[in-house]
Ligand binder design. Structure first.
Ligand code: 5AD
Ligand code: SF4
Length: 553
């Protein structure tokens, strides 16, 4: 069938979509770029904030109109909304034919086949058929009209059970390694190292929608990196909600044929014992008796065993428990990018406590100090939530101050959005008005823009390696501001040294190892840099979110 797949939300969802795509293609389905040409429309949804859900609902509405107008289409809602809203979506939206949570995506082809049959058959026949076709061992719920919701993570399972049932591992393992796909993706690829999350920040739906933290066997991860590199990947980003908590205990979870399987992660308690006295070197002997692969070990293995990966990145780091062992491996491994995405979420200890983040501002700063000592060039990015319940002006000012102190290169800033199923929505009234949230959001963007501009300015005059992601035609307007970009009304205006007359130029766009975005000019008589290649660029200008310069080699 012809499938159109739209992805909302984070990198995890992008990777899920890629895996779903390659699974469906291997079974004979094809993908189209427009909904008009599709027989199946899949929406891979995100539940982290209400806004993302609203976008998906509006898509569901549009498809509903087309179906009511007589079009024969299948509509599938997959990802976190399918897990969070479950069967309620099927009840509220008759146009939705199937639901599939993130932990059941390996079964999506069967769901599509089943839904297609149900559409062809009479409704009565479909009713009898489909409930029998798709027995799920966990959380399978069917409506009486035959539509089926698969959602599995509501019950968080034990390590052994989870390992034995972790069919999802097969989806990662069955990934197709197509050089053409990698070329289209700019030779950059994601590799999952953990699924789910055990942290239970009070505002966050992820532990509910993606379930318990499951750690993949290191051999599987290294092999996937190797296959991607062989197929042409130059940059690999390791993904997990809290990558630095990766820890695989060998021999603890095996498949029936004795192979290593994914296993449930230890949760915060495993780190608490070591956190205070030795936050710097946990993941080590003492607490661990069996042979263990820590996150630092995993990074070292990939760096050493797959040297053709020129850039190895990882997302997202949990600020506490970030060991010096990881920093040491980064120091010793030139192909590991000096970049950390380590969300602080708030600069107020009181709010951090209400968020159940598990650290205080002083601990966050201690972590940043260790990063700066070990890797002076490292760029640090993060996330902040403004307007968390009870957040006062003083709490907010503390957040502004943290951004200035840490000197983040950039931050993703979100207005608090109460999410059903979280602790915060039950415990804390959403008492910061939307207007105040909006103001704080804009103010924080402006603070970040000032800080970002000064971080970017430090790179002017240096020559950096840039991983080229694409080309753009760029017109520098006549008399453009000279300077470093400006901020007004909470918006960032990029500007740099401009010529007297408008100039139109091709530029290569890419990123430094520290994830700074670079727009680089190159001589017009020279072949343009190819996406996926790495070039040296001399930096001559800076704005809050961008460096400019020229390709030197
Ligand atoms: N409201 C607003 N932002 C949220 N995030 C997670 N949950 C919420 C929520 N309920 C943000 C956090 C997280 C990022 C992925 O999304 O900052 O790091
Ligand atoms: Fe959500 Fe916290 Fe887990 Fe991040 S660490 S996914 S914010 S629960």
């Amino acid at each position: 069938m012809r499938v159109y797949l739209e992805t909302f939300g984070c990198q995890m969802n992008e990777l899920d979509s890629e895996l779903v795509r390659s699974h469906l293609v291997s079974l004979g389905h094809s993908f189209v770029d427009a909904t008009d040409a599709a027989e199946v429309i899949l929406l891979n949804t995100c539940s982290v904030r209400e806004q993302a859900e609203q976008k998906a609902y509006s898509r569901i509405g549009i498809v509903g109109q087309r179906k009511r107008a007589g079009e024969q289409l299948l509509l599938g809602v997959i990802g976190c909304m399918a897990e969070r809203d479950g069967i309620d979506i099927l009840r509220r939206f008759p146009q939705v034919d199937l639901l599939c949570g993130p932990s059941e995506l390996d079964k999506l082809p069967a769901l599509i086949d089943n839904a297609a049959k149900a559409v062809q058959a009479t409704r009565a026949a479909a009713r009898a058929e489909s409930a029998a076709v798709l027995p799920s061992r966990r959380g399978n719920r069917a409506l009486s009209d035959g539509r089926v919701a698969l959602a599995g993570n509501r019950t968080r399972r034990t390590a052994t059970l989870a390992a034995a049932e972790d069919d999802l591992e097969s989806l990662d393992l069955a990934r197709a390694f197509q050089p053409a796909d990698l070329l289209a993706a700019g030779r950059s690829a994601y590799v999952r190292i953990t699924r789910g999350c055990n942290k239970f920040c009070t505002y966050c739906v992820v532990p509910n929608t993606r379930g318990a933290e499951v750690h993949r066997p290191p051999d599987h991860i290294v092999e996937e990196c190797r296959k991607l590199a062989d197929a042409g990947a130059v940059e690999v980003t390791l993904l997990g909600q809290t990558v630095n908590h990766y820890r695989y205990v060998h021999g603890a979870a095996l498949t029936v044929n004795g192979r290593e399987a994914a296993q449930v992660g230890p949760g915060l308690s495993a780190f608490r014992a070591t956190a205070s006295a030795a936050a710097t070197t946990q993941h080590r002997a003492g607490a661990i008796t069996r042979r263990t692969t820590s996150f630092a070990d995993l990074l070292r293995r990939i760096h050493e065993e797959v040297p053709s990966i020129a850039r190895l990145r990882f997302l997202t780091s949990y600020p506490r428990d970030f060991g010096n062992d990881v920093l040491q491996v980064m120091q010793e491994s030139p192909r590991i990018c000096r970049y950390l995405h380590a969300p602080a979420q708030s600069g107020s200890d009181r709010i951090l406590k209400l968020m159940n983040r598990g650290y205080e501002v002083s601990e966050y700063l201690e972590f940043i100090e260790r990063v700066r000592d070990a890797l002076p060039d490292a760029c640090i990015a993060g996330d902040f939530i403004v307007g968390f319940p009870t957040e006062t002006d003083d709490d907010f000012e503390a957040t502004c101050q943290l951004i200035r102190t840490v000197r983040f290169k950039n931050n993703f800033i979100f207005k608090y959005s109460p999410r059903p199923g979280t602790v915060a929505i039950d415990r804390f009234p959403d008492d910061v008005s939307d207007e105040v949230k909006r103001m704080r959001n804009n103010t924080l963007l402006a603070v970040q823009a000032m800080v970002g501009a000064s971080v970017h300015r430090e790179w002017v005059g240096r020559t950096v390696e840039v991983f080229i992601e694409g080309l753009r035609d760029w017109t520098t307007p006549a008399g453009a501001d000279r300077g470093n970009g400006s901020v007004s009304g909470g918006k960032v205006h990029l500007a740099w040294e401009g010529p007297r007359q408008a100039v139109c130029q091709r530029q290569a766009i890419g990123r430094t190892g520290g994830d700074l975005i670079v727009a680089a000019s190159f001589p017009s008589d020279q072949t343009p840099p190819v996406p996926g290649s790495i070039h040296k660029v001399r930096i001559s200008g800076a704005a809050p979110l961008l460096l400019t310069g020229s390709v030197v080699s």
